[in-house]
Design a binder for this molecule. Sequence first.
Ligand code: NAG
Ligand code: NAG
Ligand code: NAG
Ligand code: NAG
Ligand code: NAG
Ligand code: NAG
Ligand code: NAG
Length: 375
Amino acid sequence: MKMFLPVLLCLCFWRLDGGFVSVKEGESVSLNSDLTEMKDDDVIQWWFGDENTVIAEINVTADRITVYDDVLDGRFRDRLKLDNQTGSLTITNTRTEHAGDYHLQINRKIKSFRIFVIVPESVMKGESVSLKSPLTEMKDYDVIQWRFEITLIAEINKRADRITVYDDVLDGRFRDRLKLDNQTGSLTITNTTTEHAGVYELQINSESKRFWLAVFDEVKSVSVKEGDSVSLNSNLTEMKEDEYYWVQWRFENTLIAEIDKWSDRITVYDDVLDGRFRDRLKLDNQTGSLTITNTTTEHAGDYKLPMITRRLSSKVFRVSVYDSVHCCGPTEAVIRLVLSALVGVATVIIVVYEIISRRAERDQAHIHTSGSIEI
Ligand SMILES: *[C@@H]1O[C@H](CO)[C@@H](O)[C@H](O)[C@H]1NC(C)=O
Ligand SMILES: *[C@@H]1O[C@H](CO)[C@@H](O)[C@H](O)[C@H]1NC(C)=O
Ligand SMILES: *[C@@H]1O[C@H](CO)[C@@H](O)[C@H](O)[C@H]1NC(C)=O
Ligand SMILES: *[C@@H]1O[C@H](CO)[C@@H](O)[C@H](O)[C@H]1NC(C)=O
Ligand SMILES: *[C@@H]1O[C@H](CO)[C@@H](O)[C@H](O)[C@H]1NC(C)=O
Ligand SMILES: *[C@@H]1O[C@H](CO)[C@@H](O)[C@H](O)[C@H]1NC(C)=O
Ligand SMILES: *[C@@H]1O[C@H](CO)[C@@H](O)[C@H](O)[C@H]1NC(C)=O
């Protein structure tokens, strides 16, 4: 179902007046028609992709709503919802193949949207991370481009049989750090620093996939006595009202809590890991801080906080849980050792002092008694 050539030509220059919309892989995204109601003469069509394939339409005159979700190899099957009042389109359970340009035609007017599907990735500073391309092998005509923010950093052009890594851009922050897999187009960044945190975009021919890379720059040690609560502070209060953020809390690599300002959603996944966190997690929706109550040794480990925002840095909290009998986390152990050593030394000093002063008193008493002035 292709559109006519004039429309196609016109679309090439169409501005994205509907805007850019980002969505996390697996989630739903809605494209808003801005209509509040349909009139008798309204015909609405949604097109997707370079070839402007019609994926949904409403014909009010004919009282007909149609979703063509078998087109394009069924990539939209069971994923499209068309609002019969407003004509807005929702794509559920998004995958990277749903990224691209969507055009809405209402009668004669066209509105365009571009959807980015974002995949979160994270890495500890100094380590390597691979951003995976969905390809298993490249075809002879494929063109792959990698961008960091908007800067081109690597490119494979099979048509021209050329592989290029532009690692001198951006003041050389990628110098000698990029590895491009010439079979799949996957990109590896080695020896990462916090300068490498941000959005990476992979463009394969005309489809694009975005990654958000968080780089953990610090490991903080925290220890807690078994049965007590421990709070891990995310500093979200430093964010401004209009700043977007998306914060995840991960225990080792399992997602346990999430705040997404975009969809204004706060989620605590306390059933994961055989329920070891059940009824024990509190996520403060103002500060983003996570509290684990009634801790047991099962809760010891690395809590990772990848920040999907530029202003705050990503952190790892290394939590150790000690029981009240056998002490403790490394810091506590040292403090207790030092304290008991100090107490020991102090005791010796006091005892010695006592002995000396008793002896001095006794000697003085002897002097006094011998002088028989006082008792
Ligand atoms: C909408 O339906 C009416 C009545 O069936 C038909 O005449 C018209 O061509 C349809 N419009 C489109 C764009 O399909
Ligand atoms: C519109 O959708 C609502 C709920 O999804 C449904 O009850 C109603 O019949 C639909 N209207 C038309 C004209 O399809
Ligand atoms: C792809 O990479 C492999 C190993 O890194 C190399 O041997 C091969 O020549 C490369 N192919 C091309 C077309 O550059
Ligand atoms: C990693 O990068 C740092 C600078 O950020 C540099 O000092 C160090 O030598 C690099 N390590 C390796 C193994 O390349
Ligand atoms: C929160 O802010 C304090 C003080 O600015 C800083 O020391 C700490 O590392 C920050 N924590 C996080 C998780 O960013
Ligand atoms: C944040 O928490 C307060 C109290 O716990 C609650 O009243 C409010 O609805 C919450 N806000 C969101 C966005 O969940
Ligand atoms: C704390 O957890 C233990 C099991 O680990 C449970 O027996 C106890 O009732 C819990 N205490 C509170 C106050 O929830």
